[in-house]
Design a binder for this molecule. Structure first.
Ligand SMILES: [Zn+2]
Length: 515
């Protein structure tokens, strides 16, 4: 939003204050994480086979055959193998004609796809498909045993000869661990069953999505106890009510609008290989859920970039022709210091740059975990309101609404997924941050320096609780059709924007915003 170019970024500002200790995912790479399979999108052609990585004239297939031969063949022109003898690894059949043998991927390509390779680049998939570093990753076997195995995992296929069982399983976990692939529940059972007897040395672990507890603030003793105010149930546009009841009304209205949710992974995603399986898992869960909520709204398919460093985001977006150089910053949507999250019409960028050293003055984990849905909501705003949504034209949606609604939605989704509780995060965002302890009118929160997130979140709740979620979305829709935010707002909510501002200011005390 800071930039006047055609790209418009919405940034979730994070304030660097405290450095917290390492989170619960610090040891992510020492275990195999359990996750359900990614069931769509596999295509064998996405894995480039049999390259000649060392440029010695012999491709991966030939390298495997040469290394596994019990009687070495001789190499003639073009790495043609003459002579030699092999024993098929899974069924111990002897061969003297290597052209009759298949090269089997111990962890089949389709299985790799289901357990993580769906998120890789083509380069990473090519490296996986041609891995000569793990001795068991590729195996010369009979065509019949290769066909019998197909793309099955260890829960449904194991070599029938028990002599080879432990080697097979060791190879399986080694490949899965090296490439940070997940295991499904039934694979985990097999690994646990043979862990001792085969000396596998790997643990399987459910990905823990439960919230990290934050220390409760030291209570300030109040000398004179004030009588607790009477609970007033929220009614639309009321100026006196119980905050909890207003917020709950907004959340209920949102759930009513969405009904039963089917998560959808119908978006393109590019993932920095350094991001851990555990982080990848919760982030894609949130993306799937948020994306699935808006399958009824006509949008372009979004492209998601999920990274850990600003250099990665710059290089990856540049390579895709999606970033042509920020107007003010060396990296897309950041100065390269804090995490960077931004979105435009069909693009979502999430850079958890300091994922291993989180910093924020409040509830870092919840703020971070609300971000995927926050940014997805920006893409919905663009879809509804058109390209001028973030500019400064008549069409532009004020920042308190643009960011406040995205914040609301991010917290809503994080709450639904059980990452934390909406009310907890809300109180931290709206009431704890000193930036909100002011009496500056809502209408003036229309730039990033004013930190429009928390107060905008409260104003969005007030709007949704009063008019429901569909009419709330209509603000964007009608802003586009009326070519004016003021007209669109009036048509969607039945109130002029000035009337809304004065109702909000009268309701401010009930919302506990300001001093
Ligand atoms: Zn934003």
């Amino acid at each position: 939003m800071r930039n006047k170019g055609s790209l418009v970024w919405g940034i979730l500002i994070t304030l660097a204050v405290n450095i917290l200790p390492l989170g619960q995912y610090a040891s992510a790479d020492e275990v195999l994480f359990i996750a359900s399979d990614h069931s769509t999108g596999y295509n064998r052609n996405l894995f480039k086979l049999w390259i000649d990585a060392d440029k010695n004239g012999c491709d991966t297939r030939k390298e495997v055959l040469i290394s596994e031969a019990i009687v070495k063949p001789t190499k003639s022109t073009g790495c043609k193998l003459v002579g030699g003898k092999w024993i098929s690894r899974y069924d111990f059949v002897t061969y003297t004609d290597s052209t009759k043998m298949d090269i089997d991927h111990l962890v089949p390509l389709a299985e790799a796809w289901r357990s993580g390779a769906w998120a890789w680049t083509n380069q990473q998939r090519m490296e996986y498909a041609n891995d000569l570093a793990i001795p068991m990753a590729l195996n010369a076997v009979t065509a019949s045993v290769n066909r019998s195995k197909g793309d099955r995992d260890i829960a449904s296929w194991l070599p029938s000869d028990k002599k080879f069982l432990c080697d097979y399983l060791k190879g399986w976990v080694t490949v899965k661990a090296k490439y940070k692939l997940t295991v499904d529940v039934s694979e985990a059972q097999i690994i646990n069953k043979y862990n001792q007897s085969c000396g596998l040395g790997y643990q399987t672990k459910q990905i823990d999505l439960s919230p990290t507890p934050t220390p409760s603030p030291t209570p300030t003793p109040s000398p004179t106890p004030t009588p607790s105010p009477q609970k007033i149930v929220f009614t639309p546009w009321a100026s006196q009510f119980d905050t909890l009841s207003m917020t709950q009304a907004a959340l209920d209205a949102t759930s009513t609008y969405f009904g039963k949710v089917s998560p959808s992974n119908d978006y393109e995603i590019t993932i920095d290989p350094s991001i851990t399986i555990a982080d990848r898992y919760w982030i894609t869960s949130a993306l799937d859920y948020a994306n699935g909520l808006f399958t009824n709204i006509q949008r372009e398919k979004i492209k998601v970039f999920l990274g850990t460093t600003h250099a990665w985001s710059k290089n990856t977006l540049t390579a895709s022709n999606l970033w042509v150089g920020d107007r003010q910053s060396p990296y897309p949507c950041s100065q390269g210091i804090n995490d960077a999250y931004c979105a435009e019409k069909n693009l979502v960028l999430l850079i958890y740059s300091d994922i291993y050293a989180p910093n924020s003055q409040y509830r870092w984990d919840f703020g971070r975990r609300s971000t995927p849905a926050h940014e997805v909501f920006h893409t919905v705003q663009f879809a509804l309101a058109g390209p001028n949504v973030g500019g400064d034209s008549q069409l532009h949606i004020p920042r308190w609404l643009m960011e406040g609604s995205a914040n609301y939605f991010g917290f809503y989704v994080a709450d639904r997924l059980g990452f934390d509780y909406y009310q907890t995060g809300r109180n931290q965002q709206v009431n704890t941050n000193p930036a909100y302890k002011t009496s500056i009118p809502l209408s003036e929160y229309d730039n990033f320096n004013s930190d429009p997130y928390g107060i905008g979140q409260a104003a969005s709740e007030y709007l949704i609780a009063s008019v429901g979620f569909e009419k709330f979305l209509n603000i964007w829709k009608f802003t586009k059709s009326e070519s004016s935010f003021a007209e669109g707002f009036k048509k969607a909510t039945g109130l002029t924007i000035q009337d809304f501002y004065s109702k909000f200011e009268s309701a401010r005390n009930s919302m506990r915003i300001g001093s």
